[in-house]
Design a protein around this ligand. Structure first.
Ligand code: ADP
Ligand code: MG
Length: 227
């Protein structure tokens, strides 16, 4: 069995809504091994995004630990967390968050440029990642000139650019038609087969079933259900 690259232990997270306290996560446990493609499924409002943000160090739990690539991330000093996140996590957001003024190639190169890579090298590497996922034309187009499916691919390429330990994807197929969504899932399966580790959240059962492992977020906890 491959090594564990991401582990969540006893994750609790609540939000205040007026006088009420909304308990969203109530003791989530999760173990992800290298090369797994894990789909976390649950209805809207069940806490999927909250959990994903905590797994990637974008939000802090009230209680619990996240061990990412042997780092106990919430014990890191606050100011070092962004650097750790940049090194180890690739995020794919629901609305993809591509920069409108930049070309496809520049969007994918951005994490590399932020990490201090020279522009030429960053662009060459970005092109290689896009090539890996079969995106070989329209590299100099801007996001607005692409279809939803193409934008999703660019977001995946950007998440992969720095070879993160894990890719965390929040409803990556959320705004795509069924066929395009299914195609994107096939790509994620291929990436998993090449050894990438991916955790995605979705409210779409059909999509979740394409992943190797499907977990259900229900009443604030994760339950393992074999596909
Ligand atoms: N920053 C926040 N402040 C207050 N409530 C929040 C915040 N983030 C999420 N919530 C609430 O937590 C619940 C889970 O939200 P979320 O994780 O976005 O669910 P999902 O991604 O499964 O749709 C929702 O009821 C949402 O309104
Ligand atoms: Mg969400």
């Amino acid at each position: 069995m491959n090594e564990v690259v991401l582990q969540a232990e006893g994750i609790w997270r609540s939000f205040k809504s007026g006088p009420e306290k909304l308990e969203v996560l109530k003791g989530v446990e999760l173990t992800v091994r290298r090369g797994e493609l894990v789909a976390i499924v649950g209805p809207s409002g069940s806490g999927k995004s909250t959990l994903l943000h905590i797994l990637g160090g974008l939000d802090r739990p009230d209680q619990g630990r996240v061990i990412l690539d042997s780092c106990d991330i919430f014990r890191y000093p606050e100011e070092r967390l962004p650097e750790l996140r940049n090194q180890k996590v690739g995020f794919v957001f629901q609305f993809h968050h591509l920069l409108a003024e930049f070309t496809v190639l520049e969007n994918v190169a951005l994490p590399l440029l932020i990490a201090g890579r020279a522009r030429n090298r960053a662009l060459v590497q970005a092109e290689a990642v896009l090539d890996e996922i079969g995106f070989t034309t329209r590299l100099r187009h801007r996001p607005a000139e692409l279809s939803g499916g193409e934008r999703a691919l660019v977001a995946v390429a950007r998440a992969l650019a720095k070879s993160p330990v894990v890719v965390l994807a929040d409803e990556p197929t959320g705004n795509l038609d069924n066929r395009t969504a299914s195609g994107l899932m096939e790509l994620l399966v291929q990436l998993k087969e090449k050894g990438r580790t991916i955790v995605l959240v979705t409210h779409n059962e059909t999509i979740a079933r394409q992943a190797g492992r499907r977990l259900v977020l229900s009443d604030g906890r994760l339950k393992d259900e074999d596909v």
